[in-house]
Ligand binder design. Structure first.
Ligand code: PBG
Length: 328
């Protein structure tokens, strides 16, 4: 038999395979999430996310410095707020005593070379557990923007480099951009959660922050998992409203959306490899059903191959350690 084309030639040796490899990941492309709580000396593991902790600021800084030494220098911070500080309008989010604002300042002070990305959304501070102001079963879009603007300015004042609006209100990128510019923060960026889907994969995150909706669901603001073109509608708006990065969230069940946004836009594309995606791998690895490190590498590579320039992942430190040990 005569075979004229033999693609296996390009897989023959390790050196050849390395040479033809199309996608390569570096720790510089990763962002590590931190769940922060008020207090001192706290490092509590989240039961649904083995290896992920709620940290008080002091211990978070130690963890973050170790990450920075591994070349992992981008952090996205999420606050777990005590119930007594939550209210209908998330006013604690921009109160000067809010520990989250102090945490942002502490990160910038101790790790000035690192990127501090914040979460701009009401849900951690909302007594209704929603990303917008909830009234009689409805999320009030335009009234919510005013809260987001104050929150963003407070976070910028605390020293944050990048704002991450994760709320999915209409017009928020433009509103936050203007609020930041008016307050003099023209250098603070916006990493918009452009295509954020109403996903079951956020389950462990909501446990970590105790931020699940108290009533209803998020379907009137987060996107329906069945929709693809709608992601481009959001991308168009975010681009013209002044976003510096476009994000797709979750990542794994949405690789087509990542690919679409990459072809649509010249902005950096971010993918959020969310809590449930992390926990699935952890749980099956604990049972011995998949190899954890191999699953991590395959999943992160696939997200990158689909078009993500940057990945937010709870595996960021594990990847950075793997990279140091294998890329001498
Ligand atoms: C809410 C927010 C969520 C996540 C990040 N910001 C959850 C939600 O929308 O209910 C999820 C992240 C994850 O699951 O890792 N503003």
């Amino acid at each position: 038999m005569e075979i004229s084309h033999r693609p296996r030639r390009n897989r023959r040796t390790e050196a050849v395979r390395n040479m033809v490899q199309e996608t390569r990941l570096h720790p510089h492309q990763l962002i590590l999430p931190f769940f922060l709580v008020d207090g001192e000396g706290i490092k509590n593991e989240i039961s649904s996310m083995p290896g992920v902790y709620r940290f008080s600021i002091d211990l978070a800084l130690i963890e973050a410095s170790e990450c920075a030494e591994l070349g992992l220098k981008n952090f996205i911070l999420f606050p777990a707020i005590e119930e007594k500080y939550k209210d209908k309008y998330a006013t604690w989010s921009y109160h000067p005593d809010c520990f989250y604002l102090k945490a942002i300042a502490a990160f910038k002070k101790h790790l000035p070379d690192c990127t501090v990305i914040t979460d701009v959304a009401m849900d951690p501070y909302s007594s209704d557990g929603h990303d917008g102001i909830y009234q009689d079963g409805v999320i009030l879009n335009d009234q919510t923007l005013a809260v987001l603007g104050k929150m963003a300015v407070a976070q910028a004042q605390a020293g944050a480099d990048v704002m991450g609006p994760s709320d999915m209100m209409d017009g928020r990128v433009q509103f936050i951009r203007k609020a930041l510019d008016d307050a003099g923060f023209t250098q603070v960026s916006i990493m918009s959660y452009t295509a954020k889907y109403a996903s079951c994969f956020y389950g462990p995150f909501r446990e970590a922050l105790d931020s699940a909706p108290k009533h209803g669901n998020k379907l009137t603001y987060q996107m329906h998992p069945a929709n693809r073109r709608e992601a481009l509608v959001e991308a168009e708006h975010d681009t013209f409203e002044g976003a510096d990065y476009l994000m797709v969230k979750p990542a794994l069940a949405y690789l087509d959306i990542i690919s679409d946004l990459k072809s649509y836009s010249h902005l950096p594309i971010v993918a959020y490899n969310v809590s449930g995606e992390y926990s699935m791998i952890k749980a099956s690895a604990e049972k011995g059903w998949v190899n954890e490190q191999a699953a991590m590498l395959e999943v992160l590579t696939a997200i990158s191959r689909a078009g993500a320039d940057i990945i937010i992942t709870y595996f960021a430190r594990a990847f950075a350690e793997y990279y140091r040990n294998n890329n001498a």
